[in-house]
Write a protein that binds this ligand. Structure first.
Ligand SMILES: [Fe+2]
Length: 392
């Protein structure tokens, strides 16, 4: 029954294997305020020993890692904290963290943070069971041994990485982002507790929430969508249109909005984890490989210009998505939300026009370009960037 449902729509790309369009989600996911306290029960799945906690220096100064370590100790594990993940984590950072922990018996990796932390932790988990550098595993299923088990605890409302098979890292030698993907890279567990968002700054709520919006929209309008990823995308976009503005205005006081955007982020992750992202991410990852700018902010700023650039090419699917979300003019709804959130224009990001050519080439080479509604050429990306203008 499920199989026939998933096959009811023919593949849109003859080059894409039909099996790739089958929806799959092996991560066991617990969603709800207060769910962090279930970490101890989750760890009962594993043989007691060392639990490697991966987080970042900012979170390391908060109460959250201490609470996580408390649950770990109560479950009979020894926590080992690495709190050195930087934004836009680099290949070299992941290799260095792996070098510290390889050879030690680590039973499980507990990742506590935003997308940077989750992606870095997934990379470290892969290098606990595979030799070499994380760079060696760029692409799809380029490793034989599954990563060490990961329990992912997201602390922003955007990444979705807690339920996907991908780790996106910066190769600073080549000034580009690399994607490491594989069936053995899905976290085994995701604990999605909206209470951890209580003190998230408003600009991060806005930028990461718009990253989630971009995940859902790109999943829906892209060539790799399927009926299940579509329904998840509709749910995520509906929640974000309804609640992201209120969440950004006062996430600490508005529990309903906080819970809605957190749920939307994970649901959008489930959608794009199966249907892929598209040209907004191709461009944002290309820019992010050369400029140390937040991933969520780049997507937030690029989403509407890309949708406008596509024009009639995405009209049918965008209208379908908007209608299902109760906003038939989806572009207008996103424009209003963007203004409400106070997001800057692309030109304010300070990206030198001299970089546009290299950015456009890398965007075309991004593996997700083939999932776009209409794959864009480097000339398309270059033209779009010039329309947006530089800010050197
Ligand atoms: Fe993203």
């Amino acid at each position: 029954m499920l199989r026939s449902l998933l096959r009811s729509r023919p593949p849109r790309s003859s080059s894409r294997a039909e099996t790739e369009l089958a929806f799959r989600l092996p991560t066991r996911t617990i969603v709800g305020p207060g769910s962090l306290k279930q970490l101890g029960t989750v760890l009962g799945d594993y043989e007691a020993g060392t639990a490697l906690v991966v987080t970042d220096p900012g979170l390391g100064k908060t109460d959250l890692p201490r609470r996580v370590c408390g649950f770990i100790e109560t479950a009979g594990f020894r926590p080992w904290v690495l709190d050195e993940v930087k934004p836009n984590p680099r290949v070299a950072d992941v290799d260095a963290m792996a070098a510290q922990v390889r050879g030690h018996a680590v039973q499980v990796v507990v990742a506590v943070g935003g997308g940077s932390v989750l992606d870095a932790a997934k990379g470290v988990a892969l290098l606990l069971t595979n030799p070499g550098s994380i760079r060696d595993y760029e692409g799809r299923n380029q490793f034989h041994t599954p990563a060490a088990p990961v329990v992912a605890i997201p602390t922003t409302c955007g990444t979705g990485s807690e339920v996907t098979w991908v780790s996106v890292l910066t190769d600073s030698r080549q000034r580009r982002k690399i994607s490491v993907k594989g069936d053995g890279l899905f976290p085994e567990w995701a604990i999605v507790d909206s209470d951890v968002l209580i003190s998230l700054p408003a600009d991060l709520v806005a930028a990461t929430g718009m990253d989630a919006m971009t995940h859902a929209i790109e999943a829906f309008i892209g060539r790799a969508s399927n009926p299940v990823s579509d329904e998840l995308a509709i749910s995520a976009v509906t929640l974000l249109l309804e609640h992201l503005g209120a969440a950004a205005a006062d996430i600490g006081a508005n529990a309903a909005a906080r819970d809605a955007v957190m749920r939307a982020s994970t649901i959008a992750g489930m959608s794009f984890g199966n249907a892929d992202v598209g040209p907004v991410h191709c461009l944002s990852e290309s820019i992010g490989g050369r400029h140390d700018l937040p991933h969520g902010l780049l997507n937030a700023v690029l989403l509407l210009p890309v949708l406008e650039y596509y024009g009639d090419d995405v009209e049918t699917r965008l209208s379908e998505l908007g209608s299902r979300c109760g906003r038939p003019d989806l572009r207008m709804a996103i424009r209003k939300l963007t203004v409400q959130l106070g997001l800057p224009a692309f030109g304010r990001l300070g990206i030198d026009v001299q970089d546009f050519e290299a950015i456009a080439r890398a965007a075309e080479a991004n593996g997700s370009n083939s999932s776009a509604p209409r794959p864009m050429t480097s000339q398309d990306y270059f033209d779009l960037l010039n329309q947006l203008g530089g800010g050197a």
